[in-house]
Design a protein around this ligand. Structure first.
Ligand code: FRU
Length: 507
């Protein structure tokens, strides 16, 4: 009896009840039931990415509690510490000094008899508003048991150990079943903590002076944006655009993404400490049009001297997350991205994403590739790499960029200036048969109106991340080829130049 993801929340209730009973009888660690068996034999490590975050072992979904403190980026994540399937959800934990190399730490917050530890955020309580201690790291998460409630755990040792607050839960609602994924930040102007919470198909904002008592401020989302599935994992933060502060609201939705399954939409507007009011824009707008960038949230507490808004997403999709062909570890993070607002050719603002500059730290020198034809053999050996293509694509042209290997596996990127589309095709990308939803063509709007197209692509063992013109549109897609792609063929551009850099492995 293999569970489908669609009923994972219901199963969470069941698991929590079983978990509760088993915790009492210390039997929960026995995963001998059929659900946890996978009869496939996978050469897992063949797909372990060279430069992306993956859990050392077992299952991962959403990034959680992203926070920077004293030189460390903390990356907590939805984690099953026992198996490579969703279940017994806890917060895994890793830290990094550069957003690229990750040190794995013990599980930070373990499922308990109140339920699974679902997604959430963390803050540094510098003024000790909650009374746990000045500068406590406070995690605000959803405790998912018989119901979904919001709860706190705090750490006084930079995230190494957490204590669950004895007064949990801190926010409940008897009427809302899908009531989860609190993202909290300190709102200086109104001198209070603001929580964005996913409430079925809206985002509800709550305010608090002390993280323990919350009052409802407002609710956003009815009749606007995409509603093809449940709303999850919100994030609300400001960005400056043309000298003006705008507020961005990220909302992950599953299913209902533009190319199927899970995806993240966003809204741009104003937030006054109580209400988020969206600007009139052509919603839904999507953070990423690939199939594998979900539940992304941004780091809290990045110093003003840095000032970046940095996001990492879960590089998978609930359509097939439990069947991707790896078992010792399952699913990981996207490369971290810096978010900014840029102007769409039609004049309205859009959320742009670029790879973090920290990648330079593992990048070898850029090499310009030249060739008389259109096919280049890439001397990449066993390393992840980045290609940057400057292409001249006249208004009615369709250019294609094909990445391939000698096992006849390929990943095709199309830039169709006639249709104004940016497409990826992974139907022949390698192993695809583990899910009918995996072999896909994903279509994005091109979001630029120029013949000068810059395509930046990072290829790793199990992913292709492609960004157009400095982040105007992006696609993140998983792949499972037998070998790294090591050839590129470019056609349909009236001219192009190509450069390549390899990355040293982070392991
Ligand atoms: C999103 C999500 C969240 C929930 C978590 C459970 O992928 O469904 O809404 O908190 O996963 O693992």
């Amino acid at each position: 009896m293999k569970r489908t993801i669609k009923n994972k929340i219901v199963n969470s209730l069941v698991l929590s009840i079983i978990g509760g009973i088993c915790l009492l009888s210390a039997c929960f660690d026995d995963y001998s039931n059929e659900y946890y068996q996978d009869n496939n034999t996978y050469n897992d490590e063949a797909y372990r990415p060279f430069i992306h975050f993956t859990p050392q072992k077992y299952w991962m979904n959403d990034p959680n509690g992203m926070i920077y403190l004293d030189g460390e980026y903390h990356f907590f994540y939805q984690h099953n510490p026992y198996r490579s399937f969703w279940g017994y959800m806890s917060w895994g934990h890793a830290v990094s000094k550069d957003l690229i190399h990750w040190e794995h730490l013990p599980v930070a917050i373990l499922a308990d008899k109140s339920g699974d530890i679902f997604s959430g955020s963390s803050v540094i309580d510098k003024d000790n508003t909650a009374g746990f201690g000045a500068n406590a790291m406070v995690a605000i998460y959803t405790s998912s048991g018989a119901r979904q409630n919001q709860a706190l755990a705090y750490s006084l040792d930079k995230g190494r150990t957490f204590t669950k607050y004895e007064g949990n839960p801190v926010l409940t609602d008897p009427n809302i079943i899908d009531f989860r994924d609190p993202k909290v930040f300190w709102h200086e102007a109104s001198q209070k903590w603001i929580m964005s919470l996913a409430t079925t198909q809206t985002i509800t904002f709550y305010g608090s002076k002390n993280l323990k008592e919350w009052e409802k401020l407002s609710e956003f989302g009815e009749g606007i944006g995409a509603h093809g599935g449940v709303w999850e994992c919100p994030d609300l933060f400001p960005l400056i655009h043309n000298g003006q502060t705008k507020w961005i609201l990220l909302v992950s939705i599953n299913p209902g993404a533009p190319n199927g399954g899970s995806g993240t939409q966003y809204f741009i507007g104003d937030f006054d400490g109580i209400t988020f009011e969206a600007d009139v824009l052509p919603y839904p707008l999507w953070l990423d049009y690939g199939k594998d960038n979900y539940a992304g949230v941004t780091w809290n507490n990045i110093p003003d001297s840095d000032g970046r808004r940095i996001l990492v997403g879960w590089m998978s999709n609930w359509e097939y997350a439990e069947t991707v062909p790896t078992m010792t570890w399952r699913n990981g993070g996207t490369l971290p991205r810096v978010l900014t607002l840029k102007s769409h050719p039609d004049g309205y603002p859009i959320l742009a994403s670029e790879f973090v500059a920290e990648l330079d730290g593992i990048g070898e020198e850029w090499a310009t590739l030249s060739n008389s034809g259109e096919t280049y053999q890439l001397e990449v050996g066993n390393k992840a790499y980045q290609l940057e293509m400057n292409m001249l694509i006249p208004a009615l042209n369709v250019a294609t960029v094909t990445l391939s290997n000698d096992a006849n596996e390929e990943f095709v990127i199309t830039i169709d200036r006639n249709a104004g589309e940016f497409k990826t095709d992974r139907t022949e990308s390698g192993r695809t048969n583990f899910s009918g939803n995996f072999p896909a063509v994903s279509i994005a709007p091109l979001n630029v109106n120029t013949e000068n197209i810059v395509l930046s692509v990072i290829v790793d063992n199990n992913s292709v991340e492609a960004i157009i013109n400095g982040g105007m549109v992006q696609q993140t897609n998983l792949i499972f080829p037998q070998k790294l792609y090591d050839a590129i063929h470019i056609s349909g551009a009236s001219s192009h130049s190509l450069k390549l850099r390899k990355f040293n492995s982070i392991h």
